[in-house]
Design a protein around this ligand. Structure first.
Ligand code: PMM
Length: 277
C-alpha cells in the first residue's frame, strides 16, 4: 500500500518522461536512460518513483492518451521488474488502468479526480492509493484560475469535496492522500500561504504530500538582485528546506527531483524529534 518508512517521511522521486516538463523535460534520449534514472532514484532512497508522461507546466499542451501510454509503459514495466515501487502521474483513467496493470502501485492524479470521471472506478477496483491533488483546470488555463477568497480555506474545502466524491464512488478513504498542488492555479503568495498552513491540511486526518521541488516560486524567492529568477537546477537547497519543514509539520511525504538530499533532511528531522522524546 502506501510506503511509510520507519525513520522518516516518504520521499517520492520524480521521473518525467516528457519532452517539455518545466524542470527536467527531454532529459532522456531513450527509454533505457529513463529506466536507469528511475533505478537511481530508488537507489538514492525513493520510496516511490513517480512516472509521468504529460507535462503539467503552466501553458503546456495536452497530449493524446496514446502518446502518454507510449511514454510511460515502457518505463514502468522494467522498473516494476526491478522491484521499484512506482506511482503513475496521470489524470486519465485509461492511462492509470494500464499503468496499474503493468505493476504501478499508486495513482498520482494532479486533477484530484476532476480530469476524468472514470478515475474513481479504476482506483476503487484496483484498491490502490490515490493521491488527490488540488486542481482547478488544465495547464493551458490554470494561471487564470488562481483567484481565492482565502486560499487556505478554499483549497481545504475543494480538497474535501474531492474526498467526498471519491468516497461516494466507493473508494476506501484509507487509500487517499491529499496534496495542495503548489504552483497549480496558485501564485507564489498562495504557495507560501498553503505551506504556512500545512498543519490545517494535515488536520483533515489524511496523509499529505507536498510537491515544491524546483518550482518557480522558489526561483522567485531566490532571485538575483536584478530580479532574474534563480535557475531551475539551483533551487535544491530551498527544496530540501521545504522537505525538512514538511517533515516537522507531519506531512506523509514530499515529491522531489533530488531524492538523496530530501532523504537526508527527513532522517535528520526524525533524529531531532526522537532525541527530544
Ligand atoms: N507537480 C507536478 C507534477 N505532478 N503531482 C503531485 N501530486 N504534486 C505536485 O505538486 C506535482 C505533481 C509538476 O512538477 P514537475 O514538472 O516537476 O513534475
Amino acid at each position: 500500500m502506501l510506503p511509510a518508512p520507519a525513520d522518516r517521511i516518504a520521499v517520492v522521486g520524480i521521473l518525467n518522461v516528457t519532452p517539455d516538463s518545466f524542470s527536467d523535460g527531454g532529459r532522456f534520449p531513450s527509454f533505457d536512460d529513463a529506466v536507469a534514472a528511475g533505478a537511481r532514484l530508488r537507489a538514492d532512497g525513493a520510496d516511490l518513483v513517480d512516472v509521468g508522461g504529460e507535462s503539467t507546466r503552466p501553458g503546456a499542451p495536452r497530449v493524446p492518451a496514446e502518446d502518454e501510454l507510449r511514454r510511460v509503459l515502457p518505463v514502468i514495466r522494467p522498473l516494476v521488474e526491478r522491484g521499484v515501487p512506482v506511482s503513475v502521474d496521470t489524470y486519465r483513467a485509461r492511462v492509470a488502468e494500464a499503468a496499474l496493470a503493468a505493476g504501478a502501485q499508486v495513482v498520482n492524479d494532479v486533477s484530484g479526480g476532476l480530469g476524468d470521471c472514470d478515475m474513481a472506478r479504476v482506483v476503487r477496483d484496483a484498491g490502490c492509493p490515490w493521491i488527490l491533488m488540488h486542481w482547478r483546470g488544465h495547464s493551458a488555463s490554470m494561471q487564470q484560475l488562481a483567484r481565492y477568497d482565502d486560499v487556505v480555506a478554499d483549497v481545504r474545502r475543494e480538497l474535501c469535496r474531492r474526498v467526498d466524491a471519491a468516497v461516494a464512488a466507493g473508494v476506501d478513504p484509507a487509500r487517499l492522500v491529499l496534496d495542495p498542488g503548489l504552483g497549480f492555479a496558485k501564485t507564489a503568495a498562495h504557495n507560501w500561504a498553503l505551506l504556512a498552513a500545512l498543519d490545517s491540511l494535515i488536520a483533515l486526518g489524511l496523509p499529505v504530500l507536498i510537491g515544491a521541488s524546483r518550482k518557480a516560486f522558489l526561483g522567485s524567492l531566490l532571485a538575483a538582485p536584478d530580479g532574474t529568477s534563480r535557475p531551475v537546477g539551483d533551487r535544491e537547497d530551498a527544496t530540501t528546506a521545504i522537505t525538512a519543514y514538511a517533515a516537522l509539520a507531519g506531512a506523509w511525504g514530499v515529491r522531489v527531483h533530488e531524492v538523496r538530499r530530501s532523504v537526508d533532511a527527513a532522517r535528520t528531522v526524525t533524529a531531532i524529534r526522537n532525541a527530544g522524546r
